[in-house]
Design a protein around this ligand. Structure first.
Ligand SMILES: [Zn+2]
Length: 504
């Protein structure tokens, strides 16, 4: 027949656009050319495909073979097209039937002996194949991931020979199976002793999806607290979990299919590059902020971070999306993470500690805190000081702390109120929605205006205080925000004043 068409998919950001692999055979001096791939990738693909076809005891056609990957302007990385190219050559040369090809999509890198090797970005491809109404054939190493997409018939094949046997109707390939989701085994809040104030702030953060800043001396438990946040957040919906899993799938770091329902907790080190934090690269990959999508991003030692890297956070903190520009192409990655940041109160870490061991001058403390820009600080709704605990609070026989399960129950109740009211968590309300749903009684309005004045807060901060008040009222199950809710919310912006005064 001389011509075959095989369906496959590329990886562009978290999308998996369709790619048609067209194979044409013609008379002439035998050679093979691949159109639509970068030069180095073409050379490697040719070698692998030829070896795999020969190892599978098929004949590599001694003709002019032209392979076209369409559309031409899509970036096409790596070996994911090996399998569809090999299938196309075998179909075009009449060695396997071409009529069954249209109902399948193929993905997989070929080893020289014809075994199928896993590729990345399979979950987005499986979701897209489901939408296109086609079945999917993938390497065994990608089966569990492909099966997370519910509405696709995904099958796995170990070798090119097995795929051909299936297309010839002499073998049935096994269905890909998703592993059972493991129960959440993350750290529990019951390990955090004392720290009632910080635990309260953490619960408010979870209940309204607010960003949180913890300021305290080394060893006061900031990391311990931050790592407990994802465990008290409401369970992720299936759609949320799939979004997060799709990002992990294209990250090049792999996706653990048994843990795909868990909300991510990412804690990159402050020496991480801007690209590692926000994403990038020649074939752009998501960074930590996207890997934390629908979960928690913990940035410890906030003043130690590269300021440019932190400034890039401003856009995703508002919009939940990060745009990565690369040459003529723009990639968008979701990045709706909940930020927990931590810092010492001063360079030595002990400012304000009753021991009086801090010797930092006010000027040194001011410069230290000024490393974090006002606009970034503005976007963090809850800012609290976490003191060092007195040893009496750390006794192992002290009162037991509440577990994450108990706290999550209250968080979910508060979130349900929010979803009925605005269809989203309080922190994500627009300004208009905030004005509608966070109306204050006249005397509280006055109180807020005075506080804004004396704390010298921005209009953005005011809306954030209102949203936090709303969350506190929701946790109490109260429809009208009252003075106590507002006062508590204002208390979580106290550090603004500290920084503002020292900056003046
Ligand atoms: Zn100090």
């Amino acid at each position: 027949m001389g011509l075959a068409l095989v369906h496959s998919r590329a990886r562009v950001g978290v999308a998996a656009p369709a790619v048609q692999v067209e194979v044409h055979l013609a008379g002439g001096l035998p050679r093979m050319s691949i159109v639509g791939l970068p030069e180095a990738a073409v050379r490697e693909a040719k070698d692998r495909v030829r070896a795999a076809i020969q190892c599978a005891q098929f004949e590599f056609p001694a003709r002019v073979i032209t392979v076209n990957l369409a559309p031409a302007d899509l970036p096409k990385d790596g070996g994911r097209f090996d399998l569809p190219i090999a299938i196309g050559i075998l179909a075009a040369s009449g060695q396997i039937p071409a009529d069954a090809l249209d109902q399948y999509e193929f993905l997989g890198e070929l080893g020289l002996t014809g075994e199928l090797r896993p590729i990345d970005g399979v979950l987005p491809a499986a979701l897209a194949a489901a939408d296109a109404g086609r079945k999917l054939i993938v390497p065994p190493g990608n089966g569990a991931e492909a099966a997370l997409a519910r509405n696709v018939e995904a099958r796995t094949a170990r070798t090119l020979l097995e795929v051909c046997a299936a297309l010839n109707g002499v073998k049935v390939l096994p269905l890909a199976v998703a592993p059972a989701a493991l129960p959440y085994r993350g750290p529990d809040l019951c390990d955090v002793r004392g720290q009632a104030h910080a635990r309260r702030a953490l619960e408010i953060a979870a209940a309204g999806n607010h960003h949180l800043l913890l300021i305290g001396p080394p060893g006061c438990g900031k990391t311990l607290l931050a790592s407990r946040l994802s465990g008290i957040l409401p369970e992720a919906s299936e759609d949320e979990a799939l979004e997060t899993a799709a990002i992990a799938s294209v990250s090049g770091r792999g996706l653990d299919p048994a843990r795909w329902r868990e909300r991510p907790y990412r804690s990159p080190h402050h020496t991480a590059s801007a690209v590692a934090l926000v994403g990038g690269g020649a074939q752009p990959r998501p960074g930590e902020i996207s890997l934390a999508h629908n979960g928690v991003l913990f940035l410890d030692e906030l003043p130690e971070w590269d300021r440019r890297a932190l400034e890039v956070l401003r856009e995703p903190l508002e919009s939940g999306v990060v745009t990565i520009s690369r040459a003529a192409r723009q990639n968008e990655f979701p990045a709706r993470f909940q930020l927990v940041a931590a810092m010492n109160p001063c360079p030595c870490g002990w400012a304000g500690d009753p021991s009086g061991r801090c010797r930092c001058s006010l000027e040194v403390i001011r410069r230290y805190r000024a490393r974090i820009s006002g606009p970034l600080m503005d976007r963090i709704d809850l800012q609290i000081e976490v003191p060092r605990l007195p040893p009496s609070d750390l006794r192992p026989d002290g009162p037991a702390s509440e577990s994450s399960d108990a706290v999550r129950g209250r968080v979910e109740a508060a979130r349900n109120l929010q979803h009925h009211r605005a269809g989203k968590a309080n922190a994500h309300m627009t300004q208009a929605e905030t004005n509608t749903h966070c109306r204050l009684q006249p005397r509280d309005q006055l109180l807020l205006e005075r506080a804004i004045e004396s704390l010298q807060l921005s209009a953005r901060s005011m809306h954030r205080i209102l949203r936090v008040s709303r969350t506190i009222a929701d946790m109490a199950g109260v429809a009208q925000i009252n003075t106590a809710h507002l006062t508590e919310a204002l208390g979580y912006r106290r550090t603004d004043r500290g920084m503002g005064r020292q900056a003046a």
